[in-house]
Structures are given as structure tokens and as C-alpha cells.
Design a protein around this ligand. Structure first.
Ligand SMILES: Cc1cc2nc3c(=O)[nH]c(=O)nc-3n(C[C@H](O)[C@H](O)[C@H](O)COP(=O)(O)O)c2cc1C
Length: 314
């Protein structure tokens, strides 16, 4: 069976996202993959309603799907996407972060939350790899949350990111075609995807640029000051994407590096085990709220004031 690779673009037709994605996919096809490609702009995808009926169903051991399944194209895409061995996402940067066409799609994936569905035995585990391409008109400075925003959407569907490209300074239509190195790098991403997909799941590792990002675990470039978490865990510095914890240390040449501490990967969001820790948090925080009738009574009483109050709208 050939390796199945899907490309998902979210930018202008025949412009930078599609071109870089196609360059990567062409490598995959030449290497024998069965390739599918879509542009999210061609589909109607509605916003998550926030109803959480999917996760409520899961907490009762059932896979109830999404209330919008029959309303738009999300399910149709997911039915194909989740059978893939690898997916390459190519998304424009808008306002420093992934464009909303992609985020709307990604944030509808809660009903496919693999950690939940595997826990209740509704689906079998499938290892998938992913490559990420973020494309913007500026340098990293104006794309500061672009790749990190894409990375943050990979956990829900268990995508192991093995390579990422930040395509910079290509604001114009198809402008990336002037940059041969960038096109070659996109092709290399396709090669890395095929290498990772061919490897046994436990041997799959980061194949992107070795020194990419601050975080040695997920290669994000985003660190934050840690704050005490729900269970008291506190790291001085955290990776904003994977949740790795540790400290900053100065190297002999005066540079700074993020050093992950001994228990720093306890809640590593790139792993099913790490995400299961978040399920514990939800069970305590949200489950604790709903399971106590006294909480709901207090909320109902206090809510009346806010429900009644109406401001002028437009
Ligand atoms: C609404 C909007 C916001 C944008 N914001 C950013 C930005 O914050 N940073 C950046 O580098 N480029 C930004 N851009 C430029 C696009 O990322 C750039 O044109 C990119 O090439 C679009 O990809 P495409 O050609 O595949 O559609 C923005 C473009 C638009 C339309």
C-alpha cells in the first residue's frame, strides 16, 4: 500500500501557500505516495459552536460526533484526513498568526480528539506525521505566532510534527517563485515527510532544521514565564506550545538556551500521555463544576443580573 499524504492549503489560489505545498507534495508523489490536496477556501466550514456536546458524549463513553456534521464540509475532510499517514499544512500568516480559514477548520476538531476517543475505545490509535508551512509577507518578527499557532492545532488529531518552514518576505501573489532556496526547502520538507512516514512510529523524530526554535522538544520559538498550574506544578520557564518546563541557561559564548528540567516533559502536549494530564485537569475543573449542584445554583442566581442587562447593539 502506498503511503498516503494529504496537503491542506488555506491561502490564495495559485499563490505562495499552494505553490510551496505543491512543491513538497510533488516530491512525495515522485517517491511513490498517493497524494490528495485541498484548499480550505473551497469549502464551507462553520465555527465551532462551543456546545461541547462532543466531549460530554465522550465523558459518557460515546462518540457522538459534532452537532454540525451534516451542516458543512468538516466531516467530509476529516474522513479523508484521518486515514492519511502524513499531512502537510500550508497556511498564510494573518496578524502574526495562522489565517482564520485554517483556524476555523482546526478548532472544529474537538469531536475528533484522539486522546479522548482512544480512551473510551471508540477509535484505534493511528500514528500520523505532519509538516507545517507558514507563509507571510514579513520576517519572523511579524509572524511570531504563525508556526506556533499551527503547532498548537496538531495535538487534537495526534499529528507528530517532523518539519516546519517559516516562509518569510513573500507578500505578493506567487512571489515565493523568485526564491529558489525556499522552493528547494519545500521540496526537502516533502522528503522529510516521506522519510518519517516510512520509519516505525517510535523512531520518528524531528527532521527539520536542527537549530530551529528555542524549545528542544517541539522546536517552537515561544517561551513564557511559568505560573503555578492547577495541580501546583510550576516551571520557571515554559514552552508555550508543548508545555515543556525548565530554565534559561547562558552558554559559554554568552547565548541563552532553554534547558528542560527533569520533570519538564510531564505534561508534554505532543504526547498522548502528556495530554491525558490535561484530561485530569478538565475532569477536576469542569467536571467538578458540573457535578456539584450547589455551584450551578449559585451561577444561576448570579447569572440573572447579566442575562437581564442588555446594551445597545448594531
Ligand atoms: C489580512 C492580512 C493580514 C496579514 N498579516 C500578516 C502578518 O501579520 N504577517 C505577515 O508576515 N504577513 C501578513 N500578511 C501577508 C500574507 O501572509 C502574505 O501575503 C502571504 O503571501 C499570503 O499567502 P498566499 O499568497 O498563499 O495567499 C497578511 C495578509 C492579509 C491579507
Amino acid at each position: 500500500m502506498p503511503v498516503k499524504v494529504m496537503g491542506i492549503a488555506a491561502g490564495r489560489k495559485n499563490s505562495n501557500n499552494e505553490i510551496l505545498l505543491k512543491e513538497a507534495l510533488m516530491y512525495c508523489e515522485e517517491a511513490g505516495a498517493e497524494v490528495t490536496m485541498i484548499n480550505l477556501k473551497d469549502y464551507k466550514i462553520l465555527d465551532c459552536t462551543g456546545c461541547t456536546s462532543c466531549t460530554m458524549g465522550m465523558s459518557q463513553g460515546k462518540n457522538v460526533g459534532c452537532v454540525l456534521d451534516a451542516e458543512d464540509a468538516k466531516k467530509k475532510i476529516m474522513d479523508v484526513m484521518l486515514t492519511q499517514d502524513a499531512v502537510i499544512y500550508s497556511v498564510p500568516t494573518y496578524d502574526l498568526m495562522p489565517a482564520s480559514a485554517y483556524l476555523t477548520f482546526a478548532q472544529r476538531s474537538l469531536s475528533y480528539e484522539t486522546a479522548f476517543l482512544e480512551t473510551i475505545g471508540a477509535i484505534e490509535h493511528k500514528d500520523r506525521v505532519a509538516g507545517l508551512i507558514a507563509v507571510g509577507g514579513s520576517t519572523r518578527s511579524w509572524q511570531s505566532m504563525a508556526l506556533e499557532g499551527l503547532q498548537a492545532t496538531m495535538f487534537t488529531t495526534d499529528m507528530k510534527v517532523v518539519d516546519m518552514i517559516l516562509a518569510t518576505r513573500v507578500p505578493g501573489m506567487a512571489q515565493c517563485l523568485l526564491d529558489d532556496d525556499l522552493i528547494a526547502r519545500a521540496r526537502k520538507l516533502g522528503e522529510n515527510i516521506m522519510t518519517a512516514a516510512a520509519a516505525p512510529a517510535e523512531e520518528r523524530k524531528w527532521l527539520g532544521d536542527e537549530d530551529m526554535g528555542w524549545c528542544p522538544n517541539c522546536h517552537s520559538n515561544a517561551l513564557v514565564l511559568g505560573e503555578e498550574q492547577w495541580d501546583g506544578l510550576h516551571y520557571p520557564i515554559e514552552c508555550q506550545v508543548c508545555g515543556a518546563g525548565g530554565t534559561l541557561e547562558q552558554t559559554e559564548d554568552g547565548k541563552w538556551k532553554f534547558v528542560i528540567q527533569e520533570n519538564g516533559l510531564l505534561k508534554d502536549r505532543t504526547t498522548v500521555a502528556g495530554r491525558a494530564k490535561h484530561l485530569e485537569e478538565i475532569a477536576q475543573t469542569q467536571g467538578g463544576f458540573y457535578s456539584n449542584p450547589e455551584n450551578r445554583k449559585i451561577v444561576q442566581e448570579k447569572l440573572a443580573k447579566y442575562k437581564e442587562k442588555q446594551f445597545k447593539t448594531i
